[in-house]
Design a protein around this ligand. Sequence first.
Ligand SMILES: Nc1ncnc2c1ncn2[C@@H]1O[C@H](COP(=O)(O)OP(=O)(O)OP(=O)(O)O)[C@@H](O)[C@H]1O
Ligand SMILES: [Mg+2]
Length: 293
Amino acid sequence: MPKSNEKVTLKIDEDLNQEEIQEISEDQIYTKSPQNLPISKRQEVIKINDFNFYYNRTKQALKNINMNIKQNTVVAFIGPSGCGKSTLIRSINRMNDLVNNIYLEGQIEVNNIKIYEKGVDVVNLRTNVGMVFQKANPFPISIYDNVAFGPRNQGVKDKAALNQIVEDSLKKAALWDDVKDYLRDSALSLSGGQQQRLCIARAIAMKPKILLMDEPTSALDPIATLKVEELILKLKKEFTIVIVTHSMAQATRVSDYTAFFLNGELIEYDKTKKIFTNPKNKKTEDYISGRFG
Ligand SMILES: Nc1ncnc2c1ncn2[C@@H]1O[C@H](COP(=O)(O)OP(=O)(O)OP(=O)(O)O)[C@@H](O)[C@H]1O
Ligand SMILES: [Mg+2]
Protein backbone atom coordinates (compact mmCIF):
# COMPACT_ATOMS: atom_id res chain seq x y z
CA MET A 1 0.00 0.00 0.00
CA PRO A 2 1.49 3.39 -0.90
CA LYS A 3 2.20 5.86 1.87
CA SER A 4 -0.54 8.38 2.52
CA ASN A 5 1.27 11.25 0.85
CA GLU A 6 2.28 9.20 -2.17
CA LYS A 7 0.49 10.25 -5.35
CA VAL A 8 -1.41 7.70 -7.34
CA THR A 9 -3.35 8.23 -10.49
CA LEU A 10 -7.02 7.56 -10.18
CA LYS A 11 -9.30 7.65 -13.11
CA ILE A 12 -12.48 9.36 -12.01
CA ASP A 13 -15.73 7.95 -13.25
CA GLU A 14 -14.06 6.09 -16.06
CA ASP A 15 -17.37 5.16 -17.60
CA LEU A 16 -18.63 8.68 -17.95
CA ASN A 17 -15.71 11.03 -18.26
CA GLN A 18 -13.18 9.12 -20.27
CA GLU A 19 -10.82 12.05 -20.32
CA GLU A 20 -10.94 13.03 -16.68
CA ILE A 21 -7.90 11.89 -14.77
CA GLN A 22 -7.00 13.31 -11.39
CA GLU A 23 -4.02 13.07 -9.13
CA ILE A 24 -5.04 12.42 -5.56
CA SER A 25 -3.41 10.75 -2.60
CA GLU A 26 -4.26 7.23 -1.48
CA ASP A 27 -5.73 8.71 1.72
CA GLN A 28 -8.18 10.71 -0.27
CA ILE A 29 -9.33 7.70 -2.22
CA TYR A 30 -10.64 6.08 0.90
CA THR A 31 -12.02 9.15 2.60
CA LYS A 32 -13.69 10.61 -0.47
CA SER A 33 -17.30 9.77 -1.12
CA PRO A 34 -18.07 6.82 -3.35
CA GLN A 35 -19.23 8.99 -6.23
CA ASN A 36 -15.63 10.08 -6.69
CA LEU A 37 -14.49 6.51 -7.19
CA PRO A 38 -14.62 4.97 -10.65
CA ILE A 39 -17.89 3.10 -11.04
CA SER A 40 -16.02 -0.19 -11.29
CA LYS A 41 -14.69 0.29 -7.74
CA ARG A 42 -18.00 1.16 -6.11
CA GLN A 43 -19.94 -1.27 -3.94
CA GLU A 44 -22.86 -3.20 -5.30
CA VAL A 45 -25.75 -2.03 -3.14
CA ILE A 46 -28.51 -3.99 -4.88
CA LYS A 47 -27.95 -7.61 -5.92
CA ILE A 48 -30.69 -9.47 -7.73
CA ASN A 49 -30.08 -13.20 -8.04
CA ASP A 50 -32.13 -15.73 -10.03
CA PHE A 51 -35.24 -13.73 -9.26
CA ASN A 52 -38.60 -15.05 -10.47
CA PHE A 53 -41.90 -13.37 -9.74
CA TYR A 54 -45.46 -14.64 -10.25
CA TYR A 55 -48.82 -12.89 -9.88
CA ASN A 56 -51.82 -15.04 -8.93
CA ARG A 57 -49.31 -17.84 -8.26
CA THR A 58 -49.12 -18.81 -11.93
CA LYS A 59 -48.66 -15.70 -14.08
CA GLN A 60 -44.92 -15.24 -14.36
CA ALA A 61 -43.98 -11.55 -14.59
CA LEU A 62 -40.21 -11.88 -14.08
CA LYS A 63 -38.00 -14.69 -15.33
CA ASN A 64 -34.68 -15.45 -13.72
CA ILE A 65 -33.43 -11.89 -13.34
CA ASN A 66 -29.77 -11.43 -12.43
CA MET A 67 -28.31 -7.96 -12.06
CA ASN A 68 -26.30 -5.87 -9.62
CA ILE A 69 -26.50 -2.14 -9.10
CA LYS A 70 -23.59 -0.03 -7.89
CA GLN A 71 -23.64 2.72 -5.32
CA ASN A 72 -24.24 6.30 -6.53
CA THR A 73 -25.20 5.30 -10.02
CA VAL A 74 -28.42 5.84 -11.94
CA VAL A 75 -29.84 2.73 -13.59
CA ALA A 76 -32.67 3.02 -16.11
CA PHE A 77 -35.16 0.19 -16.67
CA ILE A 78 -36.59 0.26 -20.19
CA GLY A 79 -38.82 -2.04 -22.22
CA PRO A 80 -42.32 -2.26 -23.67
CA SER A 81 -45.46 -2.05 -21.56
CA GLY A 82 -46.04 -5.17 -19.48
CA CYS A 83 -42.43 -6.41 -19.62
CA GLY A 84 -42.06 -6.32 -15.81
CA LYS A 85 -40.25 -3.04 -15.09
CA SER A 86 -42.64 -1.94 -12.33
CA THR A 87 -42.78 -5.43 -10.87
CA LEU A 88 -39.00 -5.50 -10.53
CA ILE A 89 -38.56 -1.97 -9.18
CA ARG A 90 -41.32 -2.61 -6.63
CA SER A 91 -39.64 -5.84 -5.61
CA ILE A 92 -36.56 -3.89 -4.47
CA ASN A 93 -38.40 -2.42 -1.47
CA ARG A 94 -41.04 -5.13 -1.17
CA MET A 95 -43.86 -2.87 -2.34
CA ASN A 96 -45.29 -5.96 -4.07
CA ASP A 97 -45.97 -7.47 -0.65
CA LEU A 98 -49.17 -5.42 -0.75
CA VAL A 99 -50.47 -7.50 -3.71
CA ASN A 100 -52.36 -10.73 -2.92
CA ASN A 101 -51.28 -14.14 -4.19
CA ILE A 102 -47.79 -13.29 -5.32
CA TYR A 103 -45.08 -15.93 -5.37
CA LEU A 104 -41.39 -15.40 -5.80
CA GLU A 105 -38.14 -17.32 -6.04
CA GLY A 106 -34.52 -16.22 -5.81
CA GLN A 107 -33.02 -13.39 -3.84
CA ILE A 108 -32.71 -9.64 -3.72
CA GLU A 109 -30.04 -8.18 -1.45
CA VAL A 110 -29.99 -4.54 -0.43
CA ASN A 111 -26.79 -3.47 1.33
CA ASN A 112 -25.99 -7.16 1.79
CA ILE A 113 -29.28 -7.94 3.52
CA LYS A 114 -31.42 -10.61 1.88
CA ILE A 115 -34.68 -8.68 1.91
CA TYR A 116 -37.01 -11.65 1.47
CA GLU A 117 -35.59 -13.63 4.41
CA LYS A 118 -37.74 -14.14 7.47
CA GLY A 119 -37.43 -11.44 10.10
CA VAL A 120 -36.49 -8.60 7.77
CA ASP A 121 -37.84 -5.26 9.00
CA VAL A 122 -39.86 -4.12 5.98
CA VAL A 123 -40.56 -0.66 7.42
CA ASN A 124 -36.84 -0.12 7.84
CA LEU A 125 -36.23 -1.44 4.32
CA ARG A 126 -38.69 1.05 2.86
CA THR A 127 -37.04 3.83 4.87
CA ASN A 128 -33.72 2.95 3.27
CA VAL A 129 -35.22 2.41 -0.16
CA GLY A 130 -37.56 5.31 -0.95
CA MET A 131 -40.05 5.31 -3.78
CA VAL A 132 -41.43 7.96 -6.11
CA PHE A 133 -44.41 6.99 -8.22
CA GLN A 134 -45.59 7.81 -11.71
CA LYS A 135 -48.39 10.02 -10.50
CA ALA A 136 -47.39 12.54 -7.85
CA ASN A 137 -49.26 11.55 -4.69
CA PRO A 138 -48.82 14.28 -2.08
CA PHE A 139 -50.97 13.92 1.02
CA PRO A 140 -53.80 16.48 1.23
CA ILE A 141 -52.03 18.38 3.99
CA SER A 142 -49.57 21.28 3.96
CA ILE A 143 -46.30 21.29 2.03
CA TYR A 144 -44.41 21.35 5.33
CA ASP A 145 -46.39 18.47 6.82
CA ASN A 146 -45.87 16.33 3.72
CA VAL A 147 -42.10 16.52 4.11
CA ALA A 148 -42.20 16.27 7.92
CA PHE A 149 -44.57 13.29 7.82
CA GLY A 150 -41.94 10.52 7.70
CA PRO A 151 -39.52 12.02 10.23
CA ARG A 152 -42.44 12.69 12.65
CA ASN A 153 -43.47 9.05 12.28
CA GLN A 154 -39.92 8.06 13.10
CA GLY A 155 -40.22 10.06 16.33
CA VAL A 156 -38.56 13.39 15.46
CA LYS A 157 -40.48 15.90 17.58
CA ASP A 158 -38.08 18.81 17.99
CA LYS A 159 -39.41 21.76 15.98
CA ALA A 160 -35.99 23.11 14.99
CA ALA A 161 -34.85 19.66 13.87
CA LEU A 162 -38.00 19.20 11.80
CA ASN A 163 -37.63 22.66 10.27
CA GLN A 164 -34.10 21.76 9.26
CA ILE A 165 -35.10 18.43 7.71
CA VAL A 166 -37.93 20.10 5.77
CA GLU A 167 -35.67 22.86 4.48
CA ASP A 168 -32.82 20.49 3.56
CA SER A 169 -35.14 18.05 1.81
CA LEU A 170 -36.92 20.77 -0.18
CA LYS A 171 -33.55 22.26 -1.17
CA LYS A 172 -32.27 18.88 -2.34
CA ALA A 173 -35.47 18.41 -4.32
CA ALA A 174 -34.94 21.84 -5.95
CA LEU A 175 -38.28 23.06 -4.62
CA TRP A 176 -37.28 25.30 -1.71
CA ASP A 177 -37.15 28.53 -3.69
CA ASP A 178 -40.62 27.87 -5.10
CA VAL A 179 -42.31 27.13 -1.79
CA LYS A 180 -40.33 28.66 1.09
CA ASP A 181 -42.96 31.37 1.62
CA TYR A 182 -45.90 28.99 1.29
CA LEU A 183 -44.94 26.07 3.50
CA ARG A 184 -48.31 26.08 5.26
CA ASP A 185 -50.28 26.01 1.99
CA SER A 186 -51.85 22.77 0.89
CA ALA A 187 -49.59 20.52 -1.17
CA LEU A 188 -52.47 20.21 -3.60
CA SER A 189 -52.06 23.90 -4.51
CA LEU A 190 -48.77 23.05 -6.27
CA SER A 191 -48.42 22.34 -9.99
CA GLY A 192 -47.93 18.75 -11.15
CA GLY A 193 -44.17 19.19 -11.55
CA GLN A 194 -43.88 20.83 -8.14
CA GLN A 195 -45.98 18.04 -6.59
CA GLN A 196 -43.60 15.47 -8.04
CA ARG A 197 -40.59 17.31 -6.59
CA LEU A 198 -42.46 17.49 -3.27
CA CYS A 199 -42.84 13.71 -3.38
CA ILE A 200 -39.10 13.45 -4.02
CA ALA A 201 -38.50 15.77 -1.03
CA ARG A 202 -40.82 13.60 1.09
CA ALA A 203 -38.81 10.51 0.12
CA ILE A 204 -35.48 12.27 0.77
CA ALA A 205 -36.64 13.40 4.23
CA MET A 206 -36.49 9.77 5.32
CA LYS A 207 -32.75 9.81 4.52
CA PRO A 208 -32.88 6.77 2.23
CA LYS A 209 -29.81 5.27 0.58
CA ILE A 210 -31.65 4.23 -2.55
CA LEU A 211 -34.39 5.99 -4.52
CA LEU A 212 -36.71 4.06 -6.79
CA MET A 213 -38.61 6.08 -9.39
CA ASP A 214 -41.28 4.49 -11.55
CA GLU A 215 -41.86 6.77 -14.56
CA PRO A 216 -41.52 9.88 -12.38
CA THR A 217 -41.92 12.33 -15.26
CA SER A 218 -44.50 10.66 -17.46
CA ALA A 219 -47.22 13.04 -16.28
CA LEU A 220 -45.05 16.16 -16.54
CA ASP A 221 -44.50 18.75 -19.26
CA PRO A 222 -41.02 19.03 -20.89
CA ILE A 223 -39.81 21.82 -18.60
CA ALA A 224 -40.90 20.09 -15.39
CA THR A 225 -39.38 16.89 -16.81
CA LEU A 226 -36.01 18.58 -17.35
CA LYS A 227 -36.10 19.91 -13.79
CA VAL A 228 -36.64 16.42 -12.41
CA GLU A 229 -33.87 15.07 -14.68
CA GLU A 230 -31.43 17.73 -13.46
CA LEU A 231 -32.44 16.80 -9.96
CA ILE A 232 -31.71 13.11 -10.58
CA LEU A 233 -28.20 13.96 -11.79
CA LYS A 234 -27.65 16.01 -8.66
CA LEU A 235 -29.15 13.43 -6.32
CA LYS A 236 -26.97 10.59 -7.55
CA LYS A 237 -24.08 12.17 -5.63
CA GLU A 238 -25.95 11.10 -2.52
CA PHE A 239 -28.23 8.26 -3.53
CA THR A 240 -28.34 5.23 -5.77
CA ILE A 241 -31.22 5.70 -8.18
CA VAL A 242 -33.28 3.26 -10.22
CA ILE A 243 -35.63 4.86 -12.72
CA VAL A 244 -38.22 3.27 -14.98
CA THR A 245 -38.76 5.24 -18.15
CA HIS A 246 -40.44 4.93 -21.53
CA SER A 247 -38.29 7.74 -22.86
CA MET A 248 -35.07 6.63 -24.54
CA ALA A 249 -33.89 10.25 -24.49
CA GLN A 250 -34.44 10.39 -20.75
CA ALA A 251 -32.55 7.15 -20.19
CA THR A 252 -29.58 8.53 -22.16
CA ARG A 253 -29.71 11.86 -20.33
CA VAL A 254 -29.86 10.59 -16.76
CA SER A 255 -28.56 7.04 -16.47
CA ASP A 256 -25.15 5.44 -16.21
CA TYR A 257 -26.48 1.94 -16.90
CA THR A 258 -29.56 0.74 -18.74
CA ALA A 259 -31.42 -2.54 -18.37
CA PHE A 260 -33.67 -3.62 -21.23
CA PHE A 261 -36.54 -6.00 -20.38
CA LEU A 262 -38.83 -7.95 -22.65
CA ASN A 263 -41.61 -10.35 -21.60
CA GLY A 264 -40.29 -10.60 -18.05
CA GLU A 265 -36.70 -11.28 -19.11
CA LEU A 266 -33.65 -9.09 -18.72
CA ILE A 267 -32.38 -9.03 -22.29
CA GLU A 268 -29.39 -6.73 -21.88
CA TYR A 269 -27.83 -4.69 -19.09
CA ASP A 270 -24.86 -2.50 -19.81
CA LYS A 271 -23.50 1.02 -19.77
CA THR A 272 -26.14 3.33 -21.18
CA LYS A 273 -23.80 4.57 -23.86
CA LYS A 274 -23.20 1.00 -25.03
CA ILE A 275 -26.90 0.05 -24.99
CA PHE A 276 -27.81 3.05 -27.13
CA THR A 277 -24.88 3.01 -29.55
CA ASN A 278 -23.81 -0.58 -29.86
CA PRO A 279 -26.15 -3.06 -28.16
CA LYS A 280 -25.16 -6.71 -28.15
CA ASN A 281 -28.64 -8.09 -28.62
CA LYS A 282 -30.74 -7.68 -31.75
CA LYS A 283 -33.90 -7.33 -29.62
CA THR A 284 -32.38 -4.36 -27.78
CA GLU A 285 -31.45 -2.77 -31.07
CA ASP A 286 -34.96 -3.28 -32.44
CA TYR A 287 -36.50 -1.72 -29.34
CA ILE A 288 -34.28 1.34 -29.09
CA SER A 289 -34.64 2.03 -32.79
CA GLY A 290 -38.41 1.96 -32.37
CA ARG A 291 -39.04 -1.19 -34.38
CA PHE A 292 -41.35 -2.56 -31.68
CA GLY A 293 -42.82 -1.68 -28.29
N1 LIG B 1 -51.38 -6.72 -9.55
C1 LIG B 1 -51.24 -7.50 -10.62
N2 LIG B 1 -51.96 -8.66 -10.74
C2 LIG B 1 -51.81 -9.46 -11.81
N3 LIG B 1 -50.95 -9.23 -12.83
C3 LIG B 1 -50.22 -8.11 -12.75
C4 LIG B 1 -50.32 -7.19 -11.66
N4 LIG B 1 -49.47 -6.15 -11.88
C5 LIG B 1 -48.86 -6.42 -13.05
N5 LIG B 1 -49.29 -7.58 -13.59
C6 LIG B 1 -48.84 -8.21 -14.84
O1 LIG B 1 -47.44 -8.44 -14.77
C7 LIG B 1 -46.81 -8.12 -16.00
C8 LIG B 1 -45.74 -7.04 -15.77
O2 LIG B 1 -46.40 -5.87 -15.36
P1 LIG B 1 -45.59 -4.54 -14.94
O3 LIG B 1 -46.59 -3.62 -14.36
O4 LIG B 1 -44.43 -4.93 -14.11
O5 LIG B 1 -45.10 -4.04 -16.38
P2 LIG B 1 -44.37 -2.69 -16.79
O6 LIG B 1 -43.15 -3.08 -17.56
O7 LIG B 1 -44.18 -1.82 -15.61
O8 LIG B 1 -45.41 -2.04 -17.80
P3 LIG B 1 -45.77 -0.48 -18.07
O9 LIG B 1 -44.66 0.04 -18.93
O10 LIG B 1 -47.07 -0.53 -18.81
O11 LIG B 1 -45.89 0.22 -16.75
C9 LIG B 1 -47.93 -7.68 -16.95
O12 LIG B 1 -48.29 -8.79 -17.72
C10 LIG B 1 -49.04 -7.27 -16.01
O13 LIG B 1 -50.30 -7.50 -16.60
MG1 LIG C 1 -44.94 0.03 -15.04
